[in-house]
Design a binder for this molecule. Sequence first.
Ligand code: ACO
Length: 326
Amino acid sequence: MSTSTRSIFLGVGGYLPERIVTNHDLAEWVDTNDEWIRERTGIRARHFAAEGEFTSDLAVRAAAEALENSGIAAEQIDLIILATTTPDNTFPATASLVQQRLGAFRSAAFDIQAVCAGFIFGLATADAFLRVHRARHALVIGAETFSRILDWKDRTTCVLFGDGAGAVVLEAREGEGGLGDHGILSARLHTDGRHYDKLYVDGGPSTTGTSGFVRMVGREVFRQAVARTVESIETLLQENQLAITDIDHFILHQANERILKAAMEKLGAPFEKAVLTISEQGNTSAASVPLAMRHAHQEGILKRGDLIVLEALGGGLSWGTLLARW
Ligand code: ACO
């Protein structure tokens, strides 16, 4: 078997803002109720960033924890990729500010925009750099202050999202080239721009000059999320000659517990294998997958050597699926 450079997960970190907003809290300023939100989505509470607390602040906290857990100094990082839909400013990249605050001055740093799929797009991009020896250590972050682009008059969207950040540190290491290797084994990214208007923000620097608010055709996104998640995971497993039963944990985007249940059922995978954070965090967009990884790691669910599938779908529509050994 030929040798192959693999991107190993050295450590994971995360940060959730202090302020917790329960469904009951929301019901005080939005025409909604706890029962509707829990039944339709599985969400009970979410975290919102404080006034003056920005995406970069969340990202720095998550990144610092990931670096600490990895035993890697900021100066050793040569690539920072920050997945976000809610950058501090239109430019420069929020990753640039994160680099400055971490003191990771050796690194190239840029943002990636694939909404909720952003972290998977970021991981796949970092993996491509590491595998061709363009970088040895990469910091991949998903960070969002989605609360800033919610329309509080639209109860069908504003109850779904929360703020947060998650991060991982990757290291390039030589593996055997087979599925027994640790690290990222396979990744697939997809976009179907025909669904551009199913989930979008109605503003931007080139159109309205404002940042706009989230707009979503909820039922269609729900349908697409289940179908694309199942299809992309099945394809990824087939390509690697694996069965659903070979996967230890499914770390999927936390958009709606009903989407997760439907996808797991269609895959024929037991729901216990799905990592869940949705009830206490809501949908944190690009932060949801790394925050779920951090949760699984902290709770001892994720053990070294476990085979995992990561998957997320969001606006674009864009979705990404990744197979890795922890
Ligand atoms: N509180 C109370 N009632 C509500 C609320 C609310 N927050 N929102 C909607 N309703 C009402 C509606 O007005 C409607 O009432 P009516 O029957 O009297 O007209 C009723 O509830 C049903 O509304 P639907 O929109 O049909 O509800 P549905 O069962 O489709 O659930 C939901 C809506 C939860 C948004 C669902 O469609 C969904 O989860 N979609 C996918 C969301 C998703 O995955 N988003 C990903 C975003 S990822 C990213 O890229 C940002």
